[in-house]
Design a protein around this ligand. Structure first.
Ligand code: ATP
Ligand code: MG
Length: 451
């Protein structure tokens, strides 16, 4: 028997547990908050489970603000000291005919029965200050060993709900845990169940996996799971690049590149997909080296298809597509060149591109490594210098605008746009100062030349 761990339940959640107990019910904090507390992490939210039936919960909390979140599944949200606490009646889930939603739930009286329906041992613990920790499936032991293990028989549990396959990888990635052997074998065997899970939920879990500290191990250990949700990645697995720049196949390189990028959803999605176009663009040069001409553009196309299918939001889709398209561009080495790039991509995306190139480089072989790193560092310094110069990146940054040109006698239209573009280029090339006077003088000459 482990010594009873002390979990510090915040007052607002404790108030919910104590109120149920004072009315004669059993109540515990449960799931993620118990797991995170035992790990010494700050829980996101505090969930409560209880033997009180939903109508009893509504009655006990009638003078609280209560939201009937999922009453048919036994869940109500109680606002306690302005914080939401989900209170769920002990339940078991009925049959899952669609590998996703239980057809019905039944309420049960013992906390152990409720814990048995939960996905992983580390998520199946409950705690109450008066009753202590309830750990019926070895959750503490698995936390100590760093293991994600299904509660019960893995095949059966994944068949009930295919999303659990992604959740297993997400929790393992988040905590840097391994997936226990039988659970891992079952993940691989049952990966096709992900076909029954909605794209939105898969995408959300995928992003969770990618930003996890342990993502590298998951990508290396479960390529077939990732290629099940993104079939376009399948050809990358084991694809030999035949070049001294790469010590890894395309998949392994991409996995290391993901892990080398800052833990940000956009950057890590980009690294996962940056070389997705490579296998389709492979050619063998006369020198016996592999080439991948056009792979960034091909990759952008595939990335768009993939992210649309995953129901990505548009901002993520368009940024990741842009970064995949430009990921291996040669960075500018001059002030005007850097200004043009910033004008085209925006400052934020140029910064992201530098992160992408750093991560890509970190996952290359040592061949020519130092010179690549130096180029990226120089580009990063150039960017900072250019930003300090308060330059113009787009026509909007020019000291004059269309109104000024109208006062000079121009009409809005393509010719006006052309004049503004010409002014911008001159400013970016350093031939013209970005001041009202200088721009008006130059405009007058340009307008005279048109007429
Ligand atoms: P997070 O920190 O990501 O919120 P969490 O453990 O709180 O982690 P939730 O998705 O909020 O995860 O779910 C709360 C609890 O409900 C889990 O700890 C687990 O016990 C149970 N649970 C959630 N989803 C499932 C599922 N698909 N199958 C079985 N049990 C689940
Ligand atoms: Mg949670």
């Amino acid at each position: 028997m482990n010594p009873q761990p002390a979990i510090t339940v915040p007052d607002y959640a404790l108030a919910v547990v104590e109120r149920l107990e004072s009315r004669g019910y059993e109540a515990y904090v449960v799931g993620g908050c118990v797991r995170d507390s035992l790990l010494g992490r700050q829980p996101n939210d505090w969930d409560v489970c209880t033997n009180a039936l939903p109508e009893d919960v509504l009655r006990v909390f009638r003078r609280f603000h209560v939201i009937k979140t999922g009453l048919q599944h036994g869940t109500v949200t109680v606002m306690s000291d302005k914080q939401p606490v989900e209170v769920t009646t002990f339940r078991i889930d009925g049959h899952y005919s669609d590998n996703r939603h239980p057809d019905a739930v039944s309420f049960v009286s013992r906390v152990e029965e409720d814990l048995a329906r939960r996905d992983f041992t580390i998520n199946a613990m409950a705690y109450s200050p008066t009753r202590g920790l309830v750990d019926a499936f070895g959750g503490q032991e698995d936390l100590a060993a760093g293991l994600i293990r299904c509660v019960g028989e893995p095949d059966a549990r994944f068949n009930e709900d295919g999303l659990r396959i992604m959740r297993a990888l997400r929790f393992a990635a988040r905590f840097g845990f391994a997936i226990e052997r039988e659970t891992a074998a079952s993940v691989r065997r049952n990966r096709h169940l992900l076909e029954n899970v909605s794209a939105e939920r898969i995408f959300k879990e995928l992003k969770g996996i990618l930003v996890g500290a342990g993502v590298l191990d998951m990508l290396l250990a479960f390529p077939e799971v990732f290629s099940c949700i993104i079939p376009e990645l399948a050809p990358s697995i084991g694809f030999d690049q035949h070049t001294p720049y790469h010590c890894y196949d395309v998949w392994t390189h991409s996995a290391y590149a993901v892990a080398a990028a800052p833990a940000d959803e956009i950057l890590r999605l980009t690294m996962l997909l940056h070389d997705v176009g490579k296998p389709g663009c492979f050619s063998m040069g006369e020198d016996g080296r592999g080439h991948f001409y056009g792979h960034p553009a091909a990759g952008e196309k595939l990335t768009k298809t993939i992210l649309q299918r995953l129901k990505s939001d548009n901002a993520t889709l368009s940024t990741v597509c842009t970064l995949v398209r430009v990921h291996d561009m040669t960075m500018p080495t001059t002030v005007p060149g850097m200004r043009r790039l910033v004008g085209k991509l925006g400052v934020e995306n140029v910064r992201r591109l530098l992160d992408v190139q750093r991560a890509d480089h970190a996952a290359h072989s040592d061949y020519d490594h130092a010179s690549g790193v130096a180029l990226i560092r120089d580009a990063a310094e150039l960017l900072e210098d250019v930003l300090e110069m308060e330059p113009a990146f787009t026509v909007k940054d020019l000291a004059i605008n269309g109104n000024t040109l109208m006062q000079l006698g121009m009409k809005p239209g393509p010719a006006m746009k052309q004049v503004l573009e010409t002014l911008l280029t001159a400013v970016q090339e350093g031939e013209l100062e970005n001041t009202t006077d200088a721009l008006i003088k130059k405009s007058e000459r340009l307008i005279a030349a048109i007429n």
